[in-house]
Ligand binder design. Structure first.
Ligand code: SAM
Length: 176
């Protein structure tokens, strides 16, 4: 094996280890939302005015990149803890020249939501509970929550879109 091959292999192993470590640390892998789910979330965002959209757990950037392109005059922000997905999304932001997109490598539970209008997420039940607790105890001006697949335990959805996929997956809209 040549030195270049060893370096490349080590690089890919480090990337894989970093993703596995983050997945175990935060409790969910950076699996992107499906194309159908993304379209449903974007459709729901269309009727939410002009305010900032924040993705809690932006992963590789699938939703935030699409949102920044679809809504060029809205501010889009993504929070992500896992380094490799975060850096990939960061590179895509520059490749597509998306000046309305801000990416933060930070825990979304520390996010300050005073200027955020729409919260979007694709997470898991434990994280939905943590978000509900955060919203109940902190000042915010959120108007909408859009959640792919996982319901918010303390709220009744205003609208639920059912995806045309194998699981008939729900995408929830909550108006606060
Ligand atoms: C299933 S992915 C969703 C990716 C993206 N939102 C999409 O729709 O394509 C969930 C992401 O949330 C991130 N995550 C989980 N808990 C987090 C936290 N407390 N702060 C920031 N990111 C977190 C994970 O690292 C993972 O990349």
């Amino acid at each position: 094996m040549s030195l270049l091959e060893i370096l490349l292999l080590s690089f890919f192993i480090l990337m894989a280890l970093s993703i596995i470590y983050s997945t175990l640390a935060v409790g969910i892998s950076p699996m992107p939302s499906s194309g159908k789910a993304r379209q449903a979330m974007l459709k729901l965002c269309k009727d939410t005015g002009k305010g900032e959209i924040v993705d809690f757990g932006s992963g590789w950037g699938h939703f935030v990149i699409a949102a920044a392109k679809t809504f060029p005059d809205r501010k889009i922000t993504g929070y992500e803890l896992s380094w490799i997905p975060y850096l990939t999304a960061y590179a895509l932001k520059f490749i597509f020249n998306l000046n309305n997109l801000t990416l933060k490598r930070a825990d979304f539970l520390t996010a300050e939501l005073s200027s955020t209008s729409v919260l979007v997420c694709y997470l898991y039940p434990g994280a939905m509970k943590a978000i509900a607790d955060k919203l109940a105890t902190e000042q915010h001006h959120l108007h909408y929550i859009i959640s792919n697949n996982f319901a918010c335990p303390t709220l009744m959805p205003t609208k639920t879109l059912q995806l045309d996929d194998f699981y008939r997956s729900p995408v929830y809209l909550y108006r606060l």
